[in-house]
Structure formats: structure tokens, C-alpha cells
Ligand binder design. Structure first.
Ligand code: MG
Length: 365
């Protein structure tokens, strides 16, 4: 069994194409992103790289350790480099490790960039027009599904004014996109049950596909919301699970209170999703890994669609990272096309990475 002989680590800096504003619980997310990358080399001469926040001390402890060939057991600390390595060892993309018959993979994705970029505006019409124009930028980038951040009245605006603006924004985005596009909402827990009902009721014609993190997950409130939606003739899916999710979240999904599970693809991570997705499939629960921030999840999460039947959408938070080449991935007609290159199909600029390792990172060997 090969052993780990060398681990390099460095953060690479990147930038989003447009500044990301606030959401219901945080301030401006900004343009800058960081993508921390570890590269692991094993005694068989194969190496792989990927997202990792491993420390120098942890990395040193991995040197000389063997690499399990069992994909289900790939450890969290180095999971992305080791998944990439597993693909490169097999000469296949990671998605083909799930389904060897696949020679190509294209899956539905969504533009997740519609943040509260309008808080400087006093007029709701102007605010709604601004977000609708941003949605059209997404159309030009190949998107057909859009997630709108809502919950302006949770923190950044007075409750009533913020809720009115949310509704105006949703309607304007739907009007701009036409009836074919898919619209998702995400309140980052900035609503309560009554505000959720108000917004979904007043935007019924906008045909919302899912409502994400309306409020902190609660089985009583979700049961009430579901009963209300059934009575109103609404079929909006309930999505939840990113961040500090309730330890009961999966129980509630199994009970049918949550339709879409959204654990983050970086933490708890890819191996966790690899194993969990089949369980969610068994419960007829959808999977849509959270992938905002951190860059790497935008490339990795789509591979899980080969494994998980209920994989519904890949989340796209676009960013260009100096030294990381993701150009083999392409977004067209609402689908992300995953490259058939080995591993995660990403390129690493040797010079940029070595310089980053020397200046901001470390080598363990
Ligand atoms: Mg979210």
C-alpha cells in the first residue's frame, strides 16, 4: 500500500467577477476569495491536490501513513488531494469512480450571486431592477436557475420594508427571466414562519422551486409551513442544512419535513457526501451540497451527481483563482459540464503554487 511522502500547502488568492453584497445575517461578502490547496504525493509517485486547511503539524503527522484504497474511508483532513489522486491513479475523473460507465457529466447548476447588492438604494423599484439586471448577467454566463437572497428585514432593513423589498425583487427577477427559468430563495434564517408565509404567498405566481433556510430548522414550524403550503396549493421545496445545522436535520429529512439537504461540500466534506447521498436517495430526499465560498466546492460538488440520484443542483459562486485553472469546466444552458480529465480536472500553475508555498505555506516530507 503506498504511503504519503510529501505534503505541500498554500492558500491561493482569487476574485469574484462582481462584489457580493450582504445576506440576512452577514455584511458584504466582497470580491476576494481564498482557496487553500494541499498537494499530496505518495510513494508510488502519484500526486493529487485539492482544498484543505491542514496545519503544518497535522501534515507532518501524515507523512509515512498509508493511503487506503477504500474511497468511503478517505479521511477529511486530506480528502480533496486524495480524491484527486484516486482519480489520477485510475486515469479517470472523480465522477467515473462513482460510475465507470460515465464518459461525460453535465448537471443542472444555479447562479448563487444574487445578494443584497441594493441596500444603498431607497427605492424598491430601483432595487428590484438592480437585482433583475444581475440575474440577466447570469443568463449571459449560461445560467437558467437563480438563487435570490432574501430576508432584508432580518437585520439590514426594518422588517416590513425589507420584506416588501424581497417581494419586489422576486417578482422583478421572475419578470426579467421569463417563465422557463428556475428561481430559488435563501433567507439565511432571516425570516420567521409568518414572514415565510407572507413572502411565498405574495410571490406564488413567481413559481419558487425551493425555500432555503427560511428560519432555523424546527420540526413544528416546518410541519406548519408544509400544511399551510398544501392548503394554499403551493409546492415549494424546503431546503436546509448548511452551516451549524441541527443534529436532528437528517431525522427531519427522513420524516419528510425537509426536501433538500444542503450540507457543505467542504465541511463536512466530499467523503461525507459520498456516503450520505445514498442514504438520502433511499429516503427520497434531494441532495444539493452548499458550495458558496472556498472556490473548490464549485468544481468538486458536481462530481457527486454521478453517485447521488437525488442530486438536484450544483451551486455556482464564480471566481478566478491565480494559479488554479478551472477552464475545463463550462456552464451552458443551465448545466455545468464537468471535464473528463483525471481527478477533479483542474490545472495548477507550478510556478504560482511553489511561490505561494514558499511565501505563505509549508512543505512536510
Ligand atoms: Mg444558503
Amino acid at each position: 500500500m503506498p504511503v504519503i511522502t510529501r505534503i505541500e500547502w498554500a492558500p491561493l488568492a482569487g476574485e469574484r467577477p462582481r462584489l457580493a453584497g450582504s445576506n440576512a445575517r452577514l455584511g458584504v461578502h466582497g470580491k476576494s476569495v481564498t482557496c487553500p490547496l494541499a498537494r499530496v504525493t505518495t510513494s508510488d509517485g502519484v500526486s493529487g491536490f485539492g482544498w484543505s486547511y491542514i496545519s503544518r503539524e497535522e501534515a507532518a503527522a501524515w507523512i509515512g501513513k498509508s493511503v487506503s484504497e477504500t474511497l468511503e474511508e478517505i479521511p477529511f483532513a486530506l480528502e480533496y488531494p486524495l480524491w484527486d489522486r484516486a482519480g489520477k491513479l485510475a486515469g479517470k475523473p472523480v465522477y467515473a469512480l462513482a460510475d465507470a460507465s460515465l464518459s461525460a457529466l453535465s448537471i443542472p447548476c444555479y447562479d448563487t450571486t444574487l445578494y443584497f447588492d441594493d441596500l444603498h438604494l431607497t427605492d424598491d423599484v430601483a432595487a428590484a431592477d438592480l437585482i433583475a439586471a444581475e440575474a440577466l448577467e447570469g443568463v449571459a454566463r449560461g445560467h437558467r436557475t437563480f438563487k435570490i437572497k432574501v430576508g432584508r428585514g432580518g437585520m439590514h432593513m426594518p422588517v416590513d420594508a425589507g420584506t416588501r423589498r424581497d417581494i419586489a425583487v422576486i417578482r422583478a427577477v421572475r419578470a426579467a427571466l421569463g417563465t422557463e427559468a428556475t428561481i430559488l430563495l435563501d433567507a439565511n434564517n432571516g425570516y420567521n414562519l409568518n414572514l415565510t408565509k407572507r413572502v411565498l404567498g405574495e410571490t406564488a405566481h413567481a413559481d419558487i422551486f425551493w425555500m432555503e433556510e427560511a428560519f432555523h430548522e424546527d420540526p413544528m414550524l416546518y410541519a406548519d409551513l408544509r400544511a399551510w403550503m398544501a392548503a394554499e396549493g403551493l409546492s415549494v421545496l424546503i431546503a436546509d442544512g448548511e452551516g451549524d445545522a441541527s443534529p436532528h436535520l437528517l431525522e427531519w429529512a427522513q420524516q419528510g419535513l425537509i426536501d433538500v439537504v444542503q450540507y457543505d461540500v467542504l465541511r463536512p466534506g466530499f467523503t461525507r457526501w459520498w456516503n450520505l447521498g445514498l442514504q438520502l436517495d433511499g429516503w427520497q430526499v434531494r441532495s444539493a451540497p452548499h458550495a458558496y465560498g472556498g472556490v473548490f466546492g464549485v468544481y468538486s460538488a458536481p462530481h457527486l451527481a454521478a453517485r447521488i440520484r437525488g442530486f438536484t443542483f450544483a451551486e455556482i459562486d464564480p471566481a478566478e483563482v491565480d494559479g488554479l485553472d478551472g477552464s475545463a469546466y463550462a456552464i451552458q444552458d443551465g448545466m455545468i459540464h464537468v471535464p473528463s480529465l483525471p481527478g477533479f480536472g483542474l490545472g495548477l500553475d507550478e510556478e504560482v503554487y511553489r511561490q505561494a508555498v514558499a511565501e505563505k505555506g509549508f512543505v512536510a516530507e
